[in-house]
Design a protein around this ligand. Structure first.
Ligand code: BGC
Length: 682
């Protein structure tokens, strides 16, 4: 066919319905061609079919900016703050804007899909990818994921949520089996994936490396076909994590629902698929469905449409930089501020000492597949210098300074917040602990600023340090934002999306080797199987700390401000509700300080009477409220009664039992401001 003839084919008709275009194209493909598109080439691309004008579908990492690998290190892109920092903003609008900006950058580098957001639950603070993931809480995780996916896909770029599912540690990630019971999967690990499908129609899901209950992610029929596709109604396509099909079979992957094998052909080799068809292990209908799903997304991202109709891309624009900056401003968390030592008054300080290994360190180009070649990156030291130019002298010795600032934390090197290895300890390195202790000894006005992507133990030193800031890895403008927060140009408003334990043993996954990193089981001298048992069940994160009355170092949902807030006047419109009602809540909040600021109001629910064990509290709603000094606002929530439900594995359903529920209005999971009650009547 000439290119002229091709251009008149129905699937290229932009006015034709999507499904018809897909059907038309699929109907024209030979069996060989179908097989050809189901596996990758050049690490991030699919194969082309010239005869039909089918170009390469192109992907890139992910998740906090267009990754360096995906552009073969050729492009400089915007380095946004990492996901745990974005999650700390609790700002859904900002997550959606981030999604849009990210998609524009993906388009600008000529790709169609971003390999993100990464939405595995924070189960252990040691997980090497905690920085890439959002939170320990399934509700917050879902809301944030939906916002990002919507933002990305509004620009006709595919989002690919990963790593589905139970990939909660990097240690043994290629072959460990995450042993998770059904209720725990449904209540903790699946919700963000489910919400991304149901509320954001996500176009792609990446299947994990690990096994879930004995079966590898890419061929796990239960989690892919039964739950994702049949139960949640996923319409998009499933892609393997890179090389994750290594220990799987053609038939297994095909039947489970895997469409695209990346980065290269292994189980989807032509001979293997033909053999599976010949021996009736799979049918052509199954094959067609897997191809169809991929083609459909190719249409959605506009691969067959006139370029003018597709949203334009852009790279490193002032708007993108502004979004990155805003995420840092709202995501950095003020952990401690004794005697209001912060914010610093620039007119009162003459000398400042800046110390610590992270003071002048850049983080973009590290951490694993999420690494970025950033257009630029402002380090904390550079940010301070920008701010203090001609105003404050920088000295080396804390004893000679009015204020000493130690920039400590981790750094994305092996075992320090990076892909493919977990951290080995919750503590800072001993040299950093010594540095902090010595600095405080020489200067009581010492501030510790942490740059890291996962919780750190601080019991060794925190009591002597008057102020601590959790800055995460705050993106390309991070250094400027840290300076803005230190000097009060920005009032911190971030809150922790993860509990900071005092010590590792307090953490739910660290009860024994069985629960982390797992144990090796060998049956009849066979090769040992690695299994990690999620024995804590649904009691992950604050659910565990609450249930077991363990005092965390800093609780989930915690973060300080330079102003203060007053909560009052909780009203619950109807105290007795049933399934067709809404739970209508209103709360007044006032900024009682003299700076503008933002508070994240959190609503937790506690089921007082239930036949199943339930967590003492579960986050079910939140709102970030921006208030001028003295300003008061009434915040309204309208909640669906389904938030009261739990998953009952016996009936395989979410159920709500009649009885009393407490409604907790809180500033953090450990700071309940107001309390009310509702009665659910069936
Ligand atoms: C990671 C994925 C990533 C992929 C492609 C894998 O090793 O687990 O998150 O998207 O590589 O770089």
């Amino acid at each position: 066919m000439s290119s002229e003839e091709i251009s008149r084919l129905p699937y290229l008709d932009e006015d034709l319905e999507l499904e018809k275009r897909v059907d038309d194209l699929l109907g024209r493909m030979t069996l060989e061609e179908k097989i050809k598109v189901l596996a990758g080439k050049m690490f991030f691309f699919t194969k082309t079919i010239k005869r039909l004008g089918l170009k390469s579908f192109k992907m890139t990492d992910g998740p906090h900016g267009v990754g360096a690998l995906g552009t073969y290190f050729k492009k400089k892109t915007t380095y946004f703050p990492v996901a745990i920092c974005r999650a700390s903003t609790w700002n859904l609008e900002l997550s959606e804007q981030f999604g849009q900006a990210l998609a524009e950058e993906v388009r600008a580098v000529g790709r169609h899909m971003i390999l993100g957001p990464a939405i595995n639950i924070h189960r252990t603070p040691l997980c090497g990818r905690t920085f890439e993931y959002q939170t320990e809480d399934p509700y917050l995780n879902s809301e944030l994921a939906v916002a990002v996916v919507k933002g990305v896909q509004s620009k006709r770029i595919a989002a690919c949520i990963k790593h589905y599912v139970g990939n909660n540690q990097e240690k043994w990630r290629f072959n460990v089996s995450s042993e998770i019971d059904e209720r725990t999967l449904r209540e903790i690990y699946l919700p963000a994936f489910e919400a991304s499908v149901k509320n954001a129609d996500v176009w792609s899901v990446m299947a994990c490396y690990n096994k879930v209950n004995g079966v590898h992610g890419c061929e796990n029929k239960d989690i892919l076909m039964e739950k994702l596709i049949n139960d949640f109604g996923f319409q998009g396509f499933i892609v393997s994590d890179w090389f994750a099909t290594k220990f799987t079979t053609t038939e297994g992957c095909m039947k489970a629902g895997l469409s695209l094998e990346m980065p290269y052909r292994n189980v989807y080799k032509k001979a293997k698929i033909l053999e599976a068809l010949k021996s009736s292990q799979i049918t052509e209908e199954i094959l067609n469905d897997r191809v169809r799903r991929l083609l459909r997304v190719m249409f959605l991202v506009g691969m067959f449409d006139n370029k003018e109709k597709i949203p334009e891309g852009s790279l490193g624009t002032p708007e993108h930089i502004q979004i990155a900056k805003k995420i840092a401003e709202e995501g950095i968390v003020l952990l401690k501020n004794e005697n209001n030592i912060l914010p610093l008054d620039i007119s009162q300080i003459k000398k400042i000492a800046v110390l610590g290994p992270n003071a002048n360190k850049k983080f973009a180009f590290s951490g694993g597949s999420s690494m970025i070649r950033s257009i630029y990156e402002v380090t904390p030291l550079a940010g301070l210098k920008n701010k203090c130019k001609n105003k404050i002298e920088f000295v080396n010795l804390p004893s000679e300074a009015d204020v000493a600032i130690v920039f400590a934390g981790l750094n994305h090197s092996k075992n320090m917040d990076t892909e493919n290895s977990d951290r080995l300890t919750l503590d800072l390195s001993s040299s950093q602990i010594d540095l902090i202790k010595n600095t405080v000894k020489n200067n009581s006005n010492t501030i510790v600023v942490l740059l890291n992507g996962s919780p750190i133990a601080m019991s060794d030193w925190i009591k002597d340090v008057p102020a601590v800031i959790e800055a995460w890895y705050p993106g390309l403008e991070g250094g400027n934002v840290i300076a803005d927060i230190l000097f009060g140009d920005v009032n911190p408003s971030g809150k922790l999306p993860i509990t900071f334990p005092k010590k590792l043993e307090d953490s739910p996954a660290h009860k024994s080797e069985r629960t982390y990193p797992g144990i090796k089981e060998s049956i009849n001298n066979s090769k040992p199987l690695k299994k990690v048992f999620y024995d804590e069940g649904i009691f992950v994160g604050y659910r565990h700390f609450d249930k077991n009355n363990i005092e965390p170092l800093f609780p989930f949902g915690y973060g300080l401000s330079y102003t203060t807030f007053k909560y009052e006047n909780l009203k619950i419109k109807k105290a007795e509700i049933s399934k067709n009602d809404k739970i209508e809540i209103s709360v007044d909040i006032t900024n009682t300080g003299n700076r503008k600021g933002a508070e994240i109001m959190q609503i937790y629910i506690n089921d007082c009477e239930c036949s199943a064990e339930r967590p003492p509290k579960e986050l079910k709603a939140f709102k970030k409220v921006f208030l001028e000094p003295g300003e008061k606002q009434t915040i309204n929530f309208e909640l669906d009664p389904n938030i009261l439900s739990f998953f009952d594995p016996k009936s395989n359903k979410w159920i709500i039992e009649s009885g009393k529920f407490k409604v907790l209005v809180a500033s953090s999971s450990r700071d309940i401001k107001l309390e009310g009650e509702i009665d659910y009547i069936e």
